[in-house]
Design a protein. Sequence first.
Length: 660
Amino acid sequence: MTNPLELVLLLLASAVLVVVLARILHLPPMLGYLLVGVAIGPHALHWIPESKEPGYTYLAEFGVVFLMFSIGLEFSLPKLFNMRRVVLGLGMGQVLLTIFAPTVAAWLLGYPWQLGFALGGALAMSSTAIVIKLLAERMQLESAHGREIIGVLLFQDLAVVPLLILIPALAQPAENLAPVLVLALVKAAAVLFLILFAGQKLMRGWFHIVARRRSHELFVLNVLLITLGLAWATEIAGLSLALGAFLAGMLISETEYRHQVEEDIKPFRDLLLGLFFVTVGMQLDVSVVVDRFGLVLLLFTVPVLFKFALIAVLSRLFGATPGNALRTSLGLAQAGEFGFVLLALAGGVGLVDQALLQPVLAAMLLSMLSAPFLIHYSDRLVLRFVASEWMLRSLELHQIAVSGMAAAKHVVLCGYGRTGQNLSRFLEQEGISYIALDLDPERVREAAAAGDTVVYGDGARREALIAAGLARASALVISFPDIPAALKILHHAHQINPALPVIVRTLDDVDMERLQEAGAAEVVPDTFESSLMLASHALVLMGVPLARVVRSMRAVRENRYSLLRGFFHGEGDAPADVAEHRQPRLHSITLTQGAYAVGKTLAELDLTALAASVTRVRRRGIRAGEPAPETRFEAGDVVVVLGELDALEAAEIRMLQGTK
């Protein structure tokens, strides 16, 4: 493949295919990128020859730059201080001991200790992208083992920064190692001091100037300039691009523009990071792996088992229960994306020979592929091998059952965040009893101490719902906007108490029909309710009688928010996620002379077959809502159509051209 356009098209087609398959299989796209790289690279299908590698590898490095920038944005000294016991205790212990063991092993076996250090640094990393996604799907981010995992991942991310400095320095000859290492650390300290102390005020002031121009394009260009500019500055100083990007993120994290910057940089980061993982996969020579499969299996098994045992022991030493220690170790035993970054760096400076690089790369890839399965089956493994877990699980259910034993005609609240707590106040005011289930142990402890009826438990588990007395309850409220978890709870609730009304909270109306089909009696979208509150206050202030306002709001709710479904999209509403394409929207279609719909009735057009509906028609300045099926269209009519993006396009084609 010699044409650069062909190369770009191949990479784009591969990326699209990977993301589609990953979403279907509920797996992180990163694993797919790695496998695609293996398939299309110079060692497998030869679709991309080896001679092309340096060009796109350099481009892919920017993916790492933006990833480090994102890590810098997330860096927070107060957050680090609050989690210091886990981050600086368990996290530091895991990273240092994982590096120390291969270093000593290499020295004892007669290999350079620098080789063991580089491999240990790469193997010490776990996959933040995979683990966080899987924990979020399982609603375990706020669980005891979830917090431990997040703390360790946070220290691993921070440990990448010194490792990016140390690994190139270790490649120097032994006699030059000490001076080079000291010089690198001095440079890093100088750059860190200048940027963090001298650059803080400058960064905030400059962002104020840019933001006052009120130009989104200028804002994005400014973010790119700062990110790549500081990356270039640290590279000129003899350090790495990634270090400069990390420092840029740290600077911006202390400003009020942090969240906007994070949203603006996300598309660049995800696209280029995907390209980076494709290039990592391209480095893998499958024939070498097959020839040395025994070594690959050894390099896969030993590090995973070592990290598993090490983290389990450290977690127990820091006070975790045996079950949570096992869950934490299963969640962190795999390799991570930064491991590939460090391994590529070590291979580039000659610390790791290519003959060893291939088996290590394959072993890390296998361990990442195993991560979803280890986390998915972690509960079963814990119950199988930890005898005390049965006792703790029984105790948890016992505490829920004690609270729910005497309760009848009560409300079960799944989630006791701000919304759940506000609802509980209204229930108490009306003398209605409730039982709340929540997975945040600190929140449960404080709320229970204050007298609230809240217990630690996972509402998505059938046995927890039974223990909370769901069979005797009068209503179930899911107060957190998590669609997969809500669907799981609805499934269990329908089996336990089919007649029980369930109220579900969502962020918008994307999944309203899906939740209603699953058995939700009411679905309350945050965006609609906030719109109703704004409207009611505005109407009352404009002099509309309160009784009429209340009737209008009640009518909207009784009609399942049909008046509020869909809205006209603008440039500022560009979808940030593929799922937003499913969100109903409004679209105006002007019927010109000769349009297919002119002279035809709404029933004849049959737009409902396209999953679209006409909400109103504007004719000669007069608007008519909810037109009847016999409404006949005329030239000049402006027809407002409601539907998803594909349905709107099909409806417009039918009304103007008569096709579809």
